[in-house]
Design a binder for this molecule. Structure first.
Ligand code: 13P
Length: 262
């Protein structure tokens, strides 16, 4: 059985200019170092806005901070007449390790379809970035189809286009749980994460399914992270609001210390 290193990811969305990002990354680095955090035990990734990435890269590298970072989106194209878009090639040059793809806010605000999400995922893989593929149902979907059908369909669309050995991360984020303070229950998260893993097994094979990290996202806080991390198919969290508070986010990262006590 492959050991999957837990992954705690902070999606800052459209928050923090580059100066605030630098200060945050430095402070987070010191806090985790003081707490003797090891990225071999729990990997930590932050997703700043595009305009902060260069500053975050140089801060992490010059201060030797034990953190990884990624972008919140990328273009499906490599270069050319696509005003305002950012190529995966540029992100790879900035030493981004990851890129979030298909976040529900992009699916909603920018009308990103499963086809677009698939094209972006292929672009990420091509440029050596690990895509964090976001899937999740709205409250209407939940009522009509139950929790798993929509996220499973969204993931299957992407997986069917992927090379079988591509490294990916999947994030299950029920739209109704994002920013609402109403997280899914650990059992709901487990059920959908297990269904997503079964879909990976079906399309890409059992080894890929066993190696792929599936995250839960939606109103994750220090006070509920441990309950999610106890579930066998939840390998980490994609955190929004709580990832912009040093104490809260570092407490989420240090979940193994409170996993048995909550
Ligand atoms: P919240 O943690 O603020 O609910 O946001 C989750 C999210 O959308 C992360 O991508």
């Amino acid at each position: 059985m492959v050991k999957r290193t837990p992954l705690i990811a902070g999606n800052w969305k459209m928050n923090f200019d580059h100066l605030r990002s630098i200060a945050f990354v430095q402070k987070l680095g010191w806090t985790l170092k003081d707490a003797k955090h090891s990225s071999a035990e729990v990997e930590v990734v932050v997703f700043p806005p595009f305009t902060d990435l260069r500053s975050v890269q140089t801060t992490i590298s010059s201060d030797k901070i034990d953190l990884r970072f990624g972008a919140q989106d990328l273009s499906p194209f490599d270069s050319g007449a696509h005003t305002g878009d950012i190529s995966g090639e540029f992100l790879a040059k900035l030493e981004c390790s990851y890129v979030i793809i298909g976040h529900s806010e992009r699916r909603q605000d920018h009308h990103e379809t499963d086809e677009v999400v698939t094209a972006k995922t292929l672009a990420a893989v091509k440029h050596g970035l690990v895509p964090v593929i976001c899937v999740g149902e709205t409250s209407e979907d939940l009522e009509k189809f139950g929790a798993a059908a929509v996220p499973v369909g969204q993931l299957r669309h992407v997986l069917e286009a992927l090379p079988a050995d591509a490294e990916i991360v999947v994030a299950y984020e029920p739209v109704w749980a994002i920013g609402s303070g109403q997280a899914a229950t650990p059992q709901q998260a487990q059920d959908v994460c297990a269904a997503l893993r079964a879909t990976i097994a079906e399309v890409l094979g059992a080894d890929q399914a066993a190696a792929t990290r599936v995250l839960y996202g939606g109103s994750v806080k220090a006070q509920n992270i441990a309950t999610f991390m106890r579930e066998p198919d939840v390998d980490g969290a994609l955190v929004g609001g709580a990832s912009m508070d040093i104490d809260e986010f570092s407490a989420i990262v240090r979940f193994p210390q409170h996993v048995t006590t909550v």
